[in-house]
Write a protein that binds this ligand. Sequence first.
Ligand code: C2E
Ligand code: MG
Ligand code: MG
Ligand code: MG
Length: 285
Amino acid sequence: AAKRAGGNQHRFYAAELDVPQLGNAVLDAELRDALEREEFLLHYQPQVSMRTGEMVGVEALIRWRKQDGTMVPPYGFLPRAEENGLIVPISDWVLREACRQSMLWRREGLPPLRVGINLSPVQFRSQTLPAVVARAVSESGIEAGLLDLELTESIMMQDADAVAGQLHQLRELGVQISIDDFGTGFSSLSYVKRFPVDRLKIDQSFIRDIKTDPSDCAIVRAIIHLGQTLNLQVIAEGVETKEQFEHLRSEGCDEAQGYYFGKPMPPEEISQLLREKGLKLAAGM
Ligand code: C2E
Ligand code: MG
Ligand code: MG
Ligand code: MG
């Protein structure tokens, strides 16, 4: 980049002056404050059964609302939190908060919804994750079977035996395990064999052009077939249109998640949606 002229050169000098490090120091301090001031929140996105058209679960997605009101999406702070270690207390909070919310919904009389939670590779390093999850489950009173822990390739690329051992312990607690962004990793297929999992989440990059791109269409068909053969649930991410939804349903996909059914929303909006529309978010088969 330094060889090129203009804007790139400018960026080069900024790096020389350690501007990114300064930026990190500020961000580190802000993140520590954010935890104490409880500036993080969870939005929840509906997951719908293709068979019944009903909401069967939600995925919890973290947001950071700064004091000035700006909303920071996950990619704006999670990568740094993974570097500075704050991801551990942040993730503990996510887990407890999602369990707490699940119990609140139950107390409002809503039907039991599965709750998807994204995990970070850092959470697997200390071997304490099964105990942390067990505690969140028992303290909240949530049914363990409603928790769905989402893993990405960055987790499974770590020490495979250490990760697999913890996943087996988590499964013994009764929680479910999903592979997130399935199909994008270098070794997605081998993960299915090496790790105990319940569900594949087809990455949204394969869904976007499913109606026009024959390779995407073939890849999605293959993943659904793999799921059926291995007795794993398959859910499609990033479903935005009726056409994508119908296509996936005709291919035998079990569930879908995406803007077509609802964007990630505050928990009160999930309650409101269920009160107004009931569970049925799409036409069933
Ligand atoms: P992910 O787990 O794959 O989550 C799906 C992302 O796709 C979310 O972005 C969601 O808002 C977005 N999405 C959902 N439906 C659609 C759609 O129809 N079209 C499009 N274009 N996008 C859609 P978000 O909320 O920005 O989260 C990004 C990533 O950040 C997540 O990807 C996940 O890897 C990570 N993340 C989010 N919350 C947490 C958390 O609490 N802990 C950890 N460790 N990671 C998290
Ligand atoms: Mg996810
Ligand atoms: Mg994903
Ligand atoms: Mg993703």
